[in-house]
Design a protein around this ligand. Structure first.
Ligand code: TYD
Ligand code: MG
Length: 475
């Protein structure tokens, strides 16, 4: 007799345990172990006396080279989406799209499905969360009702696969969401890690077998992880995350993992009353609400993937009334902020121990590049000195622990984008000088952070902005 001896499964990492424990030994999370009907494995079928051991089937081994029929990639026609996937959906691949509830995942996918369907490709949208009428209503609102997308509200993976295996293979199948799917192969309740994993496994097998590109929508938990199993992330070919600040209309699509393309590209969208609009020139968007002439803002000339992106960094440094001053950062790494603050204290004579420090990247963008150090430092010092930075300047450069400003990659592309958007000078590492876009563009090279600090401080003493905290918009 086979005995099910592993019945508790961690809902965070998918590890199985024999007994209930408060803490998962595999991932260290607390209170994540849940009893599940069958924790014996992925999409497992109960092995038992009724099942005769199967004799292995022989298969053909293939060489690396070979002709693959049909275009292996299918561009969606939405340039920002294709940029992130690396040129379109790959045949037989499975993509997981994660994001907060209400961020616009369903909207993005119905738009992509409609675009493909209009291009003559069979695309199927399976909703496990909404009724067909609701999906239709959204499509109508987006002006997509005429697109020949095939719709269903279903949650049984077996039924879905049986339906899709009939007729012409769909090029795109959207499963919204994986957490609502369930498979007969495992006994647990829908939504549990074993079900999600089993369902995903079956859908992945279907994708590989049929050549359809399958997109799974995944919910994200409060702490930003795709809910339920991290294991699904390992199983799929690509993981995209759809992000945005609730109060902003900007949405950013980012590849977290991509077996067939880059992971550093971002796609930028704007949520409008008519669905998601692609933003081809994000710099213009991120700079559109600039607060010109006020202290504490610096424009960072960044690179996202292969695309230069200008974005405003805002800082507020104010005397603190707390014993331990506050450090808050949105859109940037907080340990990076601590490092820049430490360098300012140690090498530039700026004492911030009695100040609250807030740093914000405008527009809800999240920056990961170390090249933003210099712009962040400039914004911080500008706020502290109450000295507005020149409105026509961009900043980039990595700051080392010694206070030196270090070169960064793709300076030329950053400078060209700055010039294109009407900026006339760049405060940047010395090495960037050789890549200056030429005529009418001034390079202000800085070797050490302390030079920049004294520069800004002297502006502060002269600046009329020091008397009037907020100069008029046109000033
Ligand atoms: P939705 O795609 O349902 O989000 P998700 O699937 O990620 O949960 O999008 C829901 C939000 O988007 C909702 O708050 C309303 C907003 N929205 C618009 O602003 N414009 C639109 O055209 C649509 C369809 C939605
Ligand atoms: Mg949805």
């Amino acid at each position: 007799m086979s005995r099910r001896n592993l019945t508790f499964v961690c809902q965070s990492c998918g590890a199985a345990a024999a007994r209930w424990q408060g803490k998962c030994e595999a991932c260290g999370e607390w209170n994540t172990l849940v009893e599940e009907g069958d924790g014996s494995g992925i999409g497992a079928r109960p092995a038992g006396p009724g099942r005769a051991p199967r004799k292995g089937r022989k298969f053909v081994l293939e060489p690396l080279t070979g002709d693959s029929q049909d275009a292996p990639r299918l561009p969606s026609g939405m340039a920002e989406l294709d940029r992130v996937t690396g040129g379109g959906f790959v045949r037989g691949s499975v993509l997981l799209l994660g994001g907060d509830p209400g961020i616009g995942k369903s909207t993005l996918l119905i738009q992509a499905a409609a675009a493909l369907a209009r291009g003559g490709h069979r695309s199927v949208y399976i909703s496990g969360e909404e009724a067909v009428a609701q999906v239709r209503m959204r499509a109508e609102r987006l002006g997509l009702a005429d697109a020949p997308v095939e719709l269903a509200a279903e949650t049984s993976v077996e039924d879905i696969i049986a339906t899709l295996s009939e007729g012409k293979t769909p090029r795109l199948v959207i499963i919204d969401s994986i957490q609502t799917m369930w498979t007969d192969a495992v006994e647990s309740a829908p939504g549990t890690v074993t079900q999600v994993r089993g369902s995903a496994q079956n859908l992945i097998r279907f994708a590989k077998r049929s050549g359809a590109a399958v997109i799974l929508v995944g919910h994200v938990t409060k702490d930003g992880q795709i809910a339920g199993p991290r294991v699904v992330e390992h199983m799929v070919d690509a993981v995209l995350s759809f992000e945005g600040e609730g109060s902003h209309q900007f949405r950013i699509l980012r590849a977290v993992k991509n077996r067939f393309g880059p992971t550093d590209e971002i796609g930028v969208f704007e949520m409008t009353g008519l669905g998601l609009r692609e933003v081809a020139n994000p710099s213009e968007l991120f700079l559109s609400e600039r607060d010109l002439g006020s202290p504490g803002t610096a424009v960072f000339a960044g690179i996202e993937g292969t695309r230069p992106l200008l974005v405003e960094i805002q800082a507020l440094v104010a005397p603190s009334s707390l014993g331990t001053p506050r450090r808050a950062v949105v859109g940037w790494d907080s340990s990076r902020l601590s490092m820049v603050l430490a360098v300012l204290e140690a090498h530039c004579g700026i004492k911030l121990g009695g100040h609250d420090v807030y740093l914000n990247v405008a527009g809800g963008l999240r920056i990961v590049e170390p090249a933003a150090d210099l712009a962040a430092a400039a914004a911080l010092v500008s706020s502290l000195a109450n000295a507005p930075l020149p409105a026509d300047a961009v900043y980039f450069g990595e700051v080392s622990l010694s206070g030196a400003v270090r070169p960064v990659a793709q300076a030329g592309a950053r400078l060209k984008e700055a010039q294109k958007l009407g900026f006339a000078r760049a405060v940047a590492p010395e090495t960037a000088r050789s890549e200056a876009p030429g005529q009418g563009f001034t390079m202000n090279p800085v070797e050490a952070l302390v030079n920049l600090v004294s520069d800004i401080a002297s502006r502060g003493e002269k600046s009329p902005g020091n008397q009037r905290r907020r100069p008029p918009e046109d000033g």
